[in-house]
Design a protein around this ligand. Structure first.
Ligand code: IPM
Ligand code: MG
Length: 369
């Protein structure tokens, strides 16, 4: 890295990926106009499109670009079910691109903010008396272990029946590492950590909780609240205000983070950060929405928000990151909506992808001046 220059691998992905990415990268332009910082964007193929072009969903050339980058910005990947059938199972973009990207950079710590400002609270399907002043939860998901990455096998057993076996595997270092991340965040925020588990059934959770007790010794100011994952799903709907930082293993985090998008009113409001020891990548938590691709109606909030998270977490540009968040929220707080949020009762106008980007950049331009 040069003193004030960063290289960013830009993987725009499939379907709505290019449209929302086009808006997100505008942030880098604006920042270099207003601050002494330069961004070199390095586009690379990734996902189903990459497979059709090169035969690989995560081509070697893309790996080299990601290796060279200071941080990676990744759009959603994937195609409709029918289109995906044209790709061999191992190269379908979830298995052939996303999981290998996570494994390559050991991005074990997945930050998924479930955030709705008070003036965006009307986007939530939850009642105002439940939402109160909005939602501000940081869901931390372990991202490179558990069922996703455990040993897998399928075959025919001795009774002649086809069977499948997928294993949930963690070693203590993996659990300790993600719990440390979660305790650090809890310490910085409200000093309450919800530990989400299933120790009444799974011994992986029993073990997880044992490691938690050890890690907890180093964070005496943090109060830990243990909650079973199924109960957590209910609690997220009935009283999301009780949560601040939540931590959980990979599969639980996949499911509960989508529920997080649900209580916000759309997964389009869910950016995320995937942090490894040396490299991080940033992506929306949602898929590539092939049904609305190319129509200029996708909500780019999660993609632009992923840039905000990159600025803060990879480049330590805290103030600029806050300005990006504020600009995005400001557009919605002005009464606008995007099509995914069309249930919003107070919407003055439903913005296109471009128009949302225009309004965010205008606000950001003013804030950075
Ligand atoms: C997510 C997605 C991915 C996951 C898929 C696309 C592999 O659902 O980031 O939550 O399951 O982790
Ligand atoms: Mg998911």
């Amino acid at each position: 890295m040069q003193s004030n220059g960063y290289k960013i691998a830009v993987l725009e992905g499939d379907a709505i990926g290019p449209e929302i990415m086009q808006q997100a990268v505008r942030v880098f332009d604006l920042l270099s106009q207003h601050r002494d910082v330069r961004f070199t964007l390095m586009p690379a193929k990734f996902g189903a499109g990459a497979y059709f072009d090169t035969g690989k969903a995560f081509p070697d050339e893309t790996k080299a670009i990601c290796d060279e980058a200071d941080a990676i910005l990744k759009g959603p990947v994937g195609l409709s079910y029918e289109e995906a059938q044209k790709i061999p199972v191992a190269e379908q973009p979830e298995r052939g691109a996303i999981l290998p990207l996570r494994a390559r950079y050991n991005t074990y710590a997945n930050f998924r903010p479930i955030l709705l400002s008070r003036d965006m609270a009307h986007f939530s399907p939850l009642k105002p008396e439940i939402i109160k002043d909005g939602i501000d939860i940081l869901l931390i998901r372990e991202l490179v272990g558990g069922l996703y990455f455990g040993a897998k096998e399928r075959g025919t057993n001795k009774d002649g029946l086809r069977y499948v076996k997928e294993t949930l595997e963690y070693d203590e270092d993996q659990i300790r590492a993600i719990l440390q991340v979660a305790f650090e965040q809890a310490q910085k925020r409200k000093k309450v950590l919800h530990n989400i588990h299933k120790s009444n059934v799974l011994i992986s959770s029993v073990f997880w909780n044992e490691v938690l007790q050890e890690v907890q010794q180093d964070y005496p100011q943090v109060t830990v609240i243990h909650l079973l994952v199924d109960a957590a799903a209910t609690a997220l709907c009935l009283n999301p205000g009780q949560f601040d930082v939540m931590v959980m293993e990979n599969m639980f985090g996949d499911i509960l983070s989508d529920q997080g998008g649900g209580i916000l009113g759309s997964l389009g409001l869910m950016p995320s950060a995937c942090i490894g020891p040396e490299k991080a990548y940033y992506e929306p938590s949602h898929g590539s929405a092939p049904d609305i691709a190319g129509q200029n109606i996708a909500n780019p909030y999660s993609m632009i928000g992923s840039v905000a998270m990159m600025l803060e977490m990879s480049f330590n540009m805290t103030e600029e990151a806050a300005a990006v968040w504020q600009s995005m929220q400001g557009v919605f707080e002005d009464g606008y909506s995007t099509a995914d949020l069309s249930s919003a009762q107070r919407s003055v106008e439903i913005l296109t992808t471009d128009a949302f980007g225009d309004r965010v950049m205008a606000k950001l331009d003013a804030l950075l001046s």
